[in-house]
Design a protein around this ligand. Sequence first.
Ligand SMILES: Cc1cc2nc3c(=O)[nH]c(=O)nc-3n(C[C@H](O)[C@H](O)[C@H](O)COP(=O)(O)OP(=O)(O)OC[C@H]3O[C@@H](n4cnc5c(N)ncnc54)[C@H](O)[C@@H]3O)c2cc1C
Length: 602
Amino acid sequence: RDDVRWDRTRVVMLLMSFVSIGIGWSRIQVRTQRKNSLYRHRLQFESVLRGKRSWSSSETSMNDQKSQSNHGPVVVWFRKGLRIHDNLALASAVKYATQSKSTILPVFTLDPYFLDPEKVGAVRLSFLLESLCDLDLNLKKFGSALLLLKGSPDSVLIDFLQSKNASALYFERDSEPYAKKRDAEIVQLCEKSNVKVFTEHGHTLFDLEYLLKQCTNKKAPSSMPEFLRLMDSVGNPETPLSLERVLGVSNTNEKLDPCLQIPAEYLDSDSFKIPKSLEDDEDLVKSGYRNIDASGAKFKGGESEALLMLESFCKRDSGKAVEQFSKPHTSPCAFDPQSTTGLSAYLKFGCISARRFFHRIVSKAKTQPPVSLVGQLYWREHFYLLGYAHGASFSTMKGNALCRQIDWRTTEEEPDFARAWEEGRTGFPWIDACMRQLRQEGWLHHLARHSVACFLTRGDLWISWEFGQKVFDRYLIDADWSINAANWMWLSCSAFFHQYFRVYSPIAFPKKYDKSGHFVRKYVPELKDIPDKYIYEPWNAPADVQKKAKCVVGIDYPRPIVDHSVASKQNMDRMSIAFAANKESNASTSKTTPPTKRMKKA
Ligand SMILES: Cc1cc2nc3c(=O)[nH]c(=O)nc-3n(C[C@H](O)[C@H](O)[C@H](O)COP(=O)(O)OP(=O)(O)OC[C@H]3O[C@@H](n4cnc5c(N)ncnc54)[C@H](O)[C@@H]3O)c2cc1C
């Protein structure tokens, strides 16, 4: 009996050890799987951030089974890309929602990070609100609507996704440093909330990561000729998506996809409403947008306006405006209408797709890049690619491999000069008119931007381009991180351009375009009765002429803050020293010897 009992005990012990080995083994397996899965997710996460790929449904969720059964709404997060046409993120979301029989919820987050009049001027914020209202109206035509969420995306967007039990989030990738960081955080938070994330490109002609991969050694070209070779090698961008490919219908009369029908609770709720204007919203007023006049705005925001403007420019001068477009021959003094398309802010906010713009004009143009209209879109693409490749340092002098290190004066060292320039009170009518147009309308012609940028930096005031960049960033409706930084470096001869001996004269330059000073008279009304002869240099007008024009220099209008011929000469000498120092220290990667040949810049 003892033997039998002993055998039973051995069998039980054997069984128990099998069970415990089994449990141990499965624990090891689970741990390994989790480790692999976490590693896989980290890799996916990193490649999404680098824009290499989009998340795909089988890869995003750590709890795939649970997420597959989740048919909660599909949220489309609009940030830029404020349009329906050629919207790749919206198109993918609609496709997903149709297949999973869920509802599309389009949202925009009004991020307090941007709600500061020192960062984003009132004219740009108004343009944004108009663009949002227009998008909302256009979405409503298809049964949907744009819901406004006020607050930081990492809280309001995540709360929204969780409270609505959203199954997926779609958005267009953004290459600006702030946006990249924000999006990385959102992706992580979505992961935790079991919401799948899908991203698409769409702000530029090409996916920037794709373009970068086409460059030798993944090094973005730093000159336009090199960039044009890249464009030749990749060919034209893809044609824009038709409305049918975005929303599944080609017009509002067709039977609309049920996924677009937004539930009435959202339409009835006041909490998602978009303010019609700055004063219309208490929170905006509290953020500092009070008693601010945005009535000077020249352009009305929105996709509808953008498409009309593109069509109207294509028809201007019976099509010749596009056919014969040559940027250096467009006038910086034309204001009604402006001599160029005026589409920059619409491109900045994505109210118009760059691909749509490109394909509308490419077959019409008879001029060639970089001066043609297609060439203008290439400048944009070029600077976007450089900003993407270089990252946050692209908009600073220090730590920027492309940028010459120059001993500029700071605004603390020259506060009066800096303020006079920013406020349009330098005593040079051309510079002041440009700066006042910038502040009133949020827009300036390219050559006007050239003039004021040159004046602030290497031309007259020797103040850092980073200050100019900041002022432009505040007032421009088209303020665009990559484009702004690149152009400021260009104009201050900090990168891309070397001919520091070519300085814009604030007197002779505008005379080429506007002898009688119509532009100055509009934006600097105190000079409106000054005779043509003195309009760009009123300090040279005899005292009786000034008196008769009711504009005495020094009383009614400032005296010039510098003597242009003296200051520009002195600054050329400073530039020559800076170029030599940079060459010596090899701080700048670009060629530092001033070329003798004239270089074309559109
Ligand atoms: C110092 C300085 C700062 C600038 N800052 C900005 C900025 O923040 N945002 C911005 O959009 N443009 C900026 N520009 C470039 C240019 O001046 C504007 O894009 C252009 O004047 C906008 O008018 P438009 O749309 O009528 O141009 P168009 O001549 O009609 O050109 C069509 C589009 O091409 C693009 N484009 C044209 N010129 C350039 C250029 N030089 N670089 C890059 N893209 C270009 C713009 O998207 C523009 O809307 C800056 C230029 C300078 C000199």
